[in-house]
Design a protein around this ligand. Structure first.
Ligand code: 4AD
Ligand code: MG
Length: 461
């Protein structure tokens, strides 16, 4: 008999009333009361189903009730509607096959664990409700992003992971080499001619520069893939390996850029709320009681659009409450960003027109000579969710800024072609995907939205 998946069964169980069906899964609980036993069976769907096992019908009854939580089963049985019970239906087993026994040291024998303990067992934790909900929402929100851009004529491009350029200029790159480091240590010198690419290369911190070249072929593109930063920030919001989603649009200024960001965020939230109701209700109950209200609130209100300089004026009024000093020109600290978005406005805030000295070389220089058309989206609970800008489309201005920053123009010649061949006002942004998942789930540590998190000083598997 063909197996039915439990997620599908929850949607269409009424069609199967009194029919015999086949399900497979792992036992979440096994309860025995002598002549009747109940298996709570889960196959990866958020909601499990109840299997009723009757001693008089099932030959291997005694063997089944000896099994540990975590064992896998194949069950043929009749679907019975149970409108007065907690679950709307159950399966009365005809046969129960034990597929794989589970050894007694399976960590989820106990029902409740702390999130910190679960973090130590990345290979197992997704088998429980919490991480099932989180990683399903991660998947559904990735899909919603693709759907959003696909519906708007964007072309999805795959930019390279290995690169010879530092897009953000922050020097936080992981070097990639086939040179033997131990040999170099003895010889005392590095010969890049002997390295795989015959030059120094790294893992990318952002696909933006490569992407911009292709955006000039299609007009609208996005890239969505892994990025890497050797940033020595041991915080709840920084990972060494994380996913970034980067749209880039020609003939688009900073205001249209913000419109796209706001529309995209609202679209993804609405889609997840529609597709992951059970998961969100669970997270709202056990992780963050304000989650669903907050998400509803974001969908139905406009985001704030504020200049960096105005934000500094707001912050200066209460500067004594911050650990880090506030004055025009500083790179905002997380405490500053959170004050603006969590306490002053209590909703997402676009902060724009930052001092040029704290932003990357490619951002469009404003007429004041001091600021660039950068825009970060700050959200309550997270801080910076998106970083983006209108790009400097004027070749001479771009080159002079690159010279000021000491960049080697020849290394970027391929990038500068975009400005030589039909330059135009264009803009783009990068969304930190893990931070979006944190925002959507109420999870407060980035280590709990990646299956195998990689953070400074820590890697498992
Ligand atoms: O602000 P960032 O550095 O912007 C860029 O890299 C641009 N090139 C993007 C673009 O315009 N196409 O990074 C973008 C976002 C941040 O807003 C943040 O959400 C996330 O990436 N991010 C991180 N997420 C997790 N761990 C880290 N170490 C991160 N660093 C940045
Ligand atoms: Mg940034």
């Amino acid at each position: 008999m063909k197996r039915i998946e439990i997620r599908d069964l929850h949607k269409s169980f009424k069609d199967f009333e009194n029919k015999t069906i086949c399900v497979c899964g792992w036992a979440r609980t096994i309860r025995d009361s002598k002549n009747i036993a109940f298996i709570e069976l889960n196959d990866g769907a958020f909601k499990s189903i109840q299997i009723v096992v009757e001693r008089e019908k099932i030959e291997n009854y005694d063997e089944i009730i000896k099994q540990m939580v975590g064992s896998s089963f194949k069950i043929d049985g009749k679907l019975i509607l149970t409108p007065n019970a907690q679950q709307p239906f159950e399966i009365n087993a005809n046969t129960v096959e034990i597929l794989g026994e589970c050894s007694a040291d399976y960590p989820l024998q106990k029902k409740r664990h702390t999130i910190e303990f679960l973090r130590t067992i990345p290979t197992i934790r997704a088998r429980g409700n919490l991480f099932n909900a989180v990683f399903r929402i991660r998947s559904v929100s990735a899909f919603a992003i693709h759907k959003f851009f696909n519906e708007r004529n964007f072309v999805y491009v795959h930019t390279p992971i290995i690169t010879a350029n530092d897009c953000e200029g922050a020097g936080e790159m992981f070097q990639v080499t086939t040179l033997d480091l131990d040999r170099i240590a003895t010889s005392g010198k590095v010969d890049y001619d002997k390295d795989f690419f015959k030059k120094k290369v790294s893992l990318t911190v952002s696909g933006q520069l490569h992407e911009e070249t292709i955006t000039h072929a299609f007009g609208k593109t996005y890239t969505f893939g892994p990025t890497f930063r050797a940033e020595n920030s041991n915080t709840t919001r920084h990972a060494a390996e994380f996913w970034m989603m980067e749209p880039e649009m020609c003939f688009c200024d900073i205001n249209e850029l913000m419109d796209n960001e706001e529309e995209m965020i609202k679209y993804v939230i609405s889609y997840v709320m529609q597709e992951c109701k059970d998961e969100l209700e669970f997270l709202n109950k056990f992780i963050d009681n304000g989650l669903i209200d907050r998400l509803n609130n974001i969908i139905s209100n406009d985001f704030v659009r504020l200049d960096y300089s105005e934000a500094i004026t707001i912050l200066e009024k209460v500067k004594d409450r911050f650990e880090f000093p506030v004055k025009w020109g500083i790179d905002l600290q997380s405490e500053h960003e959170r004050y603006i978005t969590e306490e002053v406005f209590k909703k997402p805030v676009f902060l724009k027109n930052y001092p040029k000295d704290i932003k990357a070389f490619y951002m469009r220089q404003n007429d004041d000579g001091k600021t660039v058309a950068a825009v970060d989206l700050l959200v309550p609970g997270i801080g910076e969710l998106i970083g983006g800008s209108q790009r400097e489309e004027r070749l001479d201005k771009l080159i002079s800024r690159m010279n000021e920053l000491g960049l080697n123009i020849d290394d970027y010649s391929w990038y500068l072609d975009t400005r030589r061949y039909g330059t135009n006002i264009h803009s783009g942004y990068g969304l930190g995907f893990e931070r979006l998942v944190m925002y959507l789930t109420g999870i407060s540590n980035i280590r709990d939205v990646e299956i195998f998190p990689r953070t400074v000083g820590s890697i498992q598997g």
